[in-house]
Design a protein around this ligand. Structure first.
Ligand code: ADE
Length: 235
């Protein structure tokens, strides 16, 4: 049944889904990685496809940017379409000095400066964590394929342009690898709904070093990261 934000028939999505932020990336992932991919929803230009990957049903759908948008789509996918394993495939801004552009980060936890998930459990500083099964599968896949995967905490921020310039260095001092804008919301929704989630992202820019990837390198490293996500889902 259609939802307020997804117009697709029952059964239109696979239990496993990749979630880029950008709708054009959803199209590119469907075209590049999936077989027999069909467009199943396009409300507000948020494109979703279902096909197969190595013979298994697999979906990909955009979420837009930020937790408010991502949590709308993931909640509806889980509650109305029975999606069970969600892997966000995005870009992150590096903040740890050891990180290189093009590295792939898997978020083993997500700090947040947002009030969004605090509303769920008032009085608790909730730990936003992924599915250990998916995280381990991603790490094992990267070990076997040599993908440059780094596992560690990220900051999920409501702001792309940080108003407090001291925040990033302070978090880096606590071992935080990168900043992005969706993982904490995804992890909280998945936990509340009893399903599995993971965020993987390529380092598209380094906030402290002031570096960023050119468009063609961005595409190449993004594809490497999608391979890690698909590897995790198919182990
Ligand atoms: N995604 C990619 N780079 C980012 C950054 N610098 N801040 C937040 N999200 C990002």
């Amino acid at each position: 049944m259609p939802t307020p934000h997804i117009s697709a028939p029952d059964g239109a999505f696979a239990p496993d889904i990749l979630l880029p932020g950008d709708p054009r990336r959803a199209t590119r992932i469907a075209e590049t990685f999936l077989d027999d991919a069909e467009l199943v929803t396009e409300v507000r230009g948020i494109l979703g496809y279902t096909g197969t990957y190595q013979g298994r049903p697999m979906s990909v759908m955009a979420t837009g940017m930020g937790m408010p948008s991502a949590t709308i789509y993931t909640t509806e996918l889980i509650r109305h379409y029975g999606v069970k394993r969600l892997v966000r495939v995005g870009t992150v801004g590096g903040i740890h000095m050891d990180l290189q552009l093009g590295d792939v980060v898997a978020a083993s936890s997500a700090h947040t400066d947002s009030a969004m998930t605090a509303q769920r459990l008032p009085g608790v500083h909730y730990s936003h964590a992924p599915s250990f099964t998916l995280l381990r599968a991603a790490a094992d896949h990267a070990d076997e394929t040599g993908a440059p995967l780094r596992v560690g905490p990220v900051l999920t921020s409501d702001a792309f342009y940080q108003p407090d310039e001291t925040l990033v260095p302070r978090l880096a001092a606590y071992g935080t690898l990168a900043v992005e804008m969706e993982a904490a919301g995804l992890y909280a929704v998945a936990a509340a709904e009893g399903v599995e989630a993971l965020m993987v992202g390529t380092v598209s820019d380094h906030v402290v070093k002031g570096e960023f990837l050119e468009a063609d390198e961005r595409e190449r490293t993004f594809a490497a990261m999608v391979s890690v996500a698909l590897g995790a889902l198919t182990r």
